[in-house]
Design a protein around this ligand. Structure first.
Ligand code: COA
Length: 204
């Protein structure tokens, strides 16, 4: 009997899926596997110098003083995480709860080392931080500011919203003139939520 092309993609007991969907699944799985090589854990004060270097090498981010990253490790460790392996850092995410809106987790900086980008490590860090933070207190919204030309960052936050069926509202936040003397784009505020009823996908 002649097999149809679709039969080739029919797994036992599962409905047929087309070649493009299969390729997408395979690619996503490979990316996720690469990101799983890294251990994601809470930031500590000793990580400060390495995080400073990661942000310096990310190039697109504002580089703050080394003191800033020490302070995050010392006083904001519950809302900051890194991805590490063999003493190397491949990713970092920092956040804090807004003082005036305690159920909003603001993501300040998120960065993945250039050679590891596109492997879902950014997604994994963001998921891990949200999961850890919402284990401590209810998190109804996730917020971040993004510049108009940062397609990767915009996609990262939109994907986070989409995975949870949450809205992602975007509004102007810091205009051009907020950055005197700097060649800096304006920043737009992304506000994702409400997240209260959203399921938590497995760490990916
Ligand atoms: C933003 C950043 C952290 C994303 O990390 P990452 O590990 O590469 O992202 P992921 O692999 O988890 O991808 C998340 C989403 O972004 C998309 N994406 C990744 N890189 C992209 C790019 N260069 N252009 C467009 N979309 C991109 C992915 O396709 C995915 O979306 P999808 O699921 O809809 O396909 C990383 O690009 C980075 O470190 N950039 C420099 C620092 C920065 O700009 N940080 C954000 C501002 S604080």
């Amino acid at each position: 009997m002649r097999r149809s092309r679709q039969d080739d993609f029919t797994l036992q007991g599962l409905p047929p899926i087309n070649r493009r969907a299969q390729c997408r699944l395979t690619r996503r799985r490979t990316e996720q596997m690469a990101s799983l090589d890294w251990t994601v854990r809470a930031l500590s004060v000793d990580d400060g110098p390495k995080v400073w270097k990661l942000i310096r090498d990310a190039e697109t981010l504002d580089l703050n003083s080394p003191y800033t990253y020490l302070m995050l490790g010392k006083f904001f460790a519950q809302t900051c995480m890194i991805a590490e392996r063999d003493d190397q850092i491949a990713g970092f995410v920092s956040g804090f709860f807004l003082p005036e809106s305690a159920d909003t987790l603001f993501i300040w900086q998120i960065a993945v080392q250039p050679s590891q980008r596109g492997n879902r490590l950014g997604t994994r860090l963001l998921n891990a931080l949200w999961t850890a933070a919402s284990d401590r207190r209810p998190v109804s919204y996730l917020a971040a500011t993004v510049t108009p030309n940062n397609a990767a960052s915009a996609a990262l936050f939109r994907r986070f919203a989409k995975a949870r069926g949450a809205k992602c509202a975007v509004e102007p936040c810091f205009p051009l003139q907020s950055f005197p003397g700097l060649d800096h784009e304006p920043e737009y505020l992304y506000r994702i939520g409400p997240l209260g009823e959203c399921r938590r996908p497995a760490d990916q």
